[in-house]
Design a protein. Structure first.
Length: 366
């Protein structure tokens, strides 16, 4: 059957089904039959006024030949003129336009960003929110609990998908090709569909509270649509939003040092340092005044060509007793703390292990 004829037949069948329903030949006597259907519709209708489509005109230098100059994502109002979305949606923006649920369009600008967990706040100009959403408690989610996702997948505005919360997926198992979200420890994994264009949209529980922000999906390969939806935990996002509003910067723990994965080093350098494993993170540069500097962490030396020299600086092999494989592990474990808290680093220094306490400091706007 030719594609066009197949499509026409499908439309005819759909029309017949609709006609049968209107004529009363379908057994269901009302559109909403089960309590779950009623709940889903009520949550969606209450949430839709707060959800927006985000069209981002990209800077020319961010475009590759053949790229669409406009990227589409999703966001939601949490205050009358402030929107939450993903940082990766707007990071290369030249101009941002949001389309409200009523079809009205308005311009927006970036108010604050938190690339560490892939979050950005947008301030809308010339319009106010038809509705707002509030954050719930993502820590209380249980496997099997219903979740709803609203967004703009594949540019279909106000698209709704439902599923369940399945498991907390370790960020170790969610590889990213960019350097964003390096401070995310876990993602919410859901059977609700999250596709390109959903990014930044709300993930809601059956009370209509935001328990996650759509971020990505997982698939066996690039030829298959993402089968597992991945969202940033709502508690993590809510904490970041509060930090950004109060201080302009996220207040998660940070060492203030650049790190290098140990497995990327020349084996001869590791051997010279007495290291028998390639797991760990080398302290490369230590910023003046940082938590790492105050704790006297030792950085590494490089020659004029940027090559590492022996002896190496400190090598972090564990954070609070938990072994680390690479710099990403160190970053996310430290980020789970707050300023004023202390982490104990297990270091390989002078061919032996030592433990060094590091008191974390407040971040400032960069």
């Amino acid at each position: 059957m030719k594609p066009l004829r197949a499509a026409a037949l499908t439309l005819l069948l759909l029309g017949a089904a609709a006609g049968a329903y209107l004529a009363g030949r379908v057994s269901a006597q009302q559109a909403l039959v089960t309590p779950d259907e009623i709940n889903t519709v009520e949550v969606v209708q209450a949430a839709l006024p707060a959800v927006v489509r985000i069209d981002v005109r990209l800077r020319k230098e961010a475009l590759q030949p053949g790229d669409d100059p406009v990227e589409v994502g999703t966001g939601f109002f949490y205050k009358r003129d402030l929107i939450v979305t993903n940082y990766h949606v707007v990071q290369d923006q030249e101009a941002i336009t949001v389309t409200l649920s009523n079809g009205r369009q308005a311009t927006a600008r970036i108010e604050a960003t938190d690339p560490g967990i892939d979050i950005a706040l947008l301030r809308v100009q010339g319009a106010t929110a038809p509705g707002t959403l509030a954050f719930g408690d993502s820590a209380r989610l249980v496997p099997g609990q219903k979740l709803l996702v609203i967004g703009t997948p594949l540019r279909f505005s106000n698209f709704v998908s439902t599923g369940i919360f399945s498991v907390l997926a370790s960020a170790r198992d969610v590889p990213r090709t960019d350097t964003i979200a390096q401070e995310v420890g876990q993602y919410l994994a859901t059977t609700a569909s999250i596709q390109q264009g959903n990014s930044g949209g709300p993930v809601l529980d059956s009370r209509g509270a935001v328990v996650g922000v759509a971020a990505a999906n997982a698939a066996p390969n690039l030829a298959v649509a993402g089968l597992i939806g991945l969202a940033l935990p709502g508690d993590l996002v809510a904490q970041s939003v509060d930090d950004l509003e109060k201080t302009g910067a996220p207040q998660r723990g940070t060492l203030g040092a650049t790190l290098v994965d140990l497995d990327t080093l020349d084996p001869a350098l590791r051997e010279f340092a007495g290291l028998t494993s390639a797991e760990g993170a080398l302290v490369d540069e230590v910023a003046a005044g940082s938590a790492a500097a105050v704790a006297d962490l030792r950085g590494s030396l490089r020659n004029a060509r940027g090559q590492l020299l022996a002896p190496l600086g400190d090598v972090i092999v564990a954070v609070d007793g938990q072994g680390v494989r690479n710099s990403f592990d160190v970053t996310r474990l430290v980020a789970a703390k707050r300023p004023g808290e202390t982490v104990t680093l297990t270091l390989w220094r002078d061919r032996q292990q030592v433990k060094v306490p590091v008191t974390l400091l407040k971040r400032t706007v960069e």
